[in-house]
Design a protein around this ligand. Structure first.
Ligand SMILES: Cc1cc2nc3c(=O)[nH]c(=O)nc-3n(C[C@H](O)[C@H](O)[C@H](O)COP(=O)(O)OP(=O)(O)OC[C@H]3O[C@@H](n4cnc5c(N)ncnc54)[C@H](O)[C@@H]3O)c2cc1C
Length: 523
């Protein structure tokens, strides 16, 4: 047996400490709960960076049915309607849970929640905190609540690298400590709340650790992966040379900020009837094409927000000022950035994956709520609804027996080859980005398969596996839908009006087919 430390996490192990993980941990009845936080709580979690807020049909003129309808339109024909119904119906109760936990949502003079409007929402339904502070405020509230519980144990600084599978069941996770030493953490039930995959792209709004590691770990153990090709590119990341790119929240466009190019032309007026408030993929492509044509693009909030900017959007204001831009009087340079992964580990209405013993919640899950494109502010909602649902399902699942022999630790190098990771991120943005085609996707698959052949360290290897799943599914889907735009197949096709369900083995076969096809054509 290899030499590694073993930690018994007890009945439930939550891997990841973003909104999905913390909310689930607080909802469990089974105790103790262990949270494995790769980084200290709140850091490296997209949840803490969310600016817009959480969507919930709570206005007098609103209903879950209207929220479902908007979700379906945004999702471009492949939203799982049953999932959308249950998420929107449970939204108000989960917001109430957050209120009870102490989340300081904005309220009006009568004490009612203030509801904001965002792109592609037919009603005002976004609960917020001080304009753009929702993520930071909610995460601070939940982190304090978790720390106050004696029966929730947080282990900081162990990075998960793989699933421990015994007799076809997930029994724990392999991790590395700060010194690179391996630690096995075992539990009866495992909940992945590992966040998104935006960090696989060189231009992203996500934390650097959001590299789809949950998808890679689950896929290697045989899980089904849903809709990996659907990545949402946020249209308005600040184009100021920072990695990750700071975000200029959608709410700014909701407030009336306009998109202009360096000739001062409002280019979205000709691109969509809703102009700046069109669905994200359309706005992202509008900006992408301006940039491709050699023009710079700006978000102009000088008239719509002006002097109120520091007070109403303090986070964006601070990012602008740090970059030498005063958004009260200057347009903000913007560009599209990988922002949200609609795809993830396929899961059912309880958050169960295809692997016994493994539940999933939050952005790493593929519930079908978002279809081909996420409606703004539906992701924090999904994180709390499925955080609660997975906790309830694990509570209701008979406890397993934690007496088993652990397998040999996997081989792999803890050190990351930074050049290999940079190459992977570059090829993802250049070839699997806002606009894709067969040639660019084949080029990406060639890069990814070459990276997988050499040993560049286990973080690169996991990132390459998730990248392979994304690029292979994008190569296969010969149409455009939602966040997936193929310039060689620019229309949606009814033949493709279905979700993708794939595996790592299937992605490898697709890559071989794509690469052999390109060799045949060259011969
Ligand atoms: C800038 C920005 C703004 C956004 N604004 C909004 C918004 O207004 N409304 C909305 O609904 N959505 C928004 N989103 C999307 C939303 O924030 C995310 O989808 C959501 O927070 C995901 O929550 P999560 O708990 O799944 O993941 P995260 O909050 O990303 O948490 C993932 C956790 O996993 C941990 N982790 C990662 N790798 C490992 C590892 N190997 N081992 C152990 N732990 C690991 C991380 O440290 C982190 O604790 C925004 C996203 C970004 C990036």
């Amino acid at each position: 047996m290899s030499d590694y430390k073993v930690i018994d996490a007890g009945p439930a192990l939550v891997v990841g400490a973003g909104l999905a993980g913390l909310f689930a941990a607080l909802k469990f009845k089974v105790r103790p709960v262990t949270i494995l936080a790769g980084s200290p709580i709140g850091s490296n979690a997209s949840s803490a960076w969310a600016q817009g807020g959480i969507a919930a049909a709570m206005g007098d003129d609103d209903s879950p049915a209207l929220h479902v309808a908007d979700t379906i339109v945004a999702g471009a024909g492949i939203v799982d309607e049953a999932i959308a119904r249950l998420v929107t119906e449970e939204a108000a109760a989960r917001i109430e849970d957050l209120v009870q936990m102490g989340a300081p949502f904005d309220r009006d003079a009568q004490g009612r929640l203030v509801l904001g409007r965002e792109a592609a929402h037919g009603r005002k339904r976004i609960v917020r905190v001080k304009g753009d502070q929702a993520g930071a405020a909610i995460m601070a509230t939940l982190a304090a609540a978790v720390r106050a519980k004696d029966d929730i144990r947080v282990i900081d600084g162990l990075r998960a690298t793989g699933l421990i599978m015994i007799d076809g069941r997930a029994r724990g996770v392999w991790t590395r400590d700060a010194a690179g030493k391996r630690v096995a953490v075992v539990a009866d039930a495992i909940l992945f709340a590992l966040g998104g995959s935006g960090g696989l792209f060189s231009v992203t709004t996500n934390p650097v650790t959001a590299r789809g590691v949950g998808i890679a770990m689950a896929a290697r153990a045989g899980a089904v992966i849903a809709d990996p090709e659907f990545v949402q590119f946020h249209p308005t990341a600040l184009d100021v040379g920072r990695d990750p790119a700071p975000l200029a929240t959608e709410a700014l466009r909701g407030e009336g900020a306009t998109l202009i190019n360096d000739a001062g032309i409002r280019f979205m007026l000709g691109a969509h009837p809703d102009a700046e408030l069109a669905p994200r993929d359309i706005v992202a492509r509008g900006i992408f094409r301006e940039i491709k044509a050699g023009r710079r693009t700006f978000l102009d909030a000088t008239k719509a927000v002006g002097d109120a900017f520091p007070e109403r959007f303090p986070t964006v204001y601070a990012s602008c000022i740090a970059a030498g831009i005063d958004p009260r009087i200057q347009p903000i340079p913007v560009a599209p950035a990988a922002h949200y992964h609609m795809g993830g580990i396929a899961s059912d209405e309880h958050g169960r994956s295809a692997i016994p013993g493994l539940w999933v919640a939050g952005e790493c899950a593929g519930t079908g709520l978002h279809g081909a494109n996420r409606l703004a502010s539906n992701s924090l909602l999904e994180a709390i609804v499925f955080g609660a649902r997975t906790a309830a399902d694990i509570d209701a699942t008979p406890q397993g027996v934690r007496r088993f022999d652990l397998p040999e630790a996997p081989v792999g190098d803890a050190a990351e080859d930074a050049r290999a990771m940079a190459l992977l991120r570059h090829t993802m943005t250049a070839n699997v980005g806002v606009e894709r085609d067969a040639a660019s996707l084949t080029a990406a698959l060639a890069d990814i398969m070459a990276l997988r052949l050499a040993d560049h360290g286990e973080t690169v290897s996991a990132a390459a596996d998730t990248a392979l799943l994304i690029a292979a599914a994008a190569w296969t889907r010969q149409e455009s839908r939602g966040g997936h735009f193929r310039s060689d197949f620019p229309e949606a096709s009814d033949d493709w009006k279905r979700r993708t369900m794939t595996t790592l083995n299937a992605a490898e076969v697709i890559a071989a087919e794509a690469l052999l096809g390109s060799v045949d054509r060259a011969a």
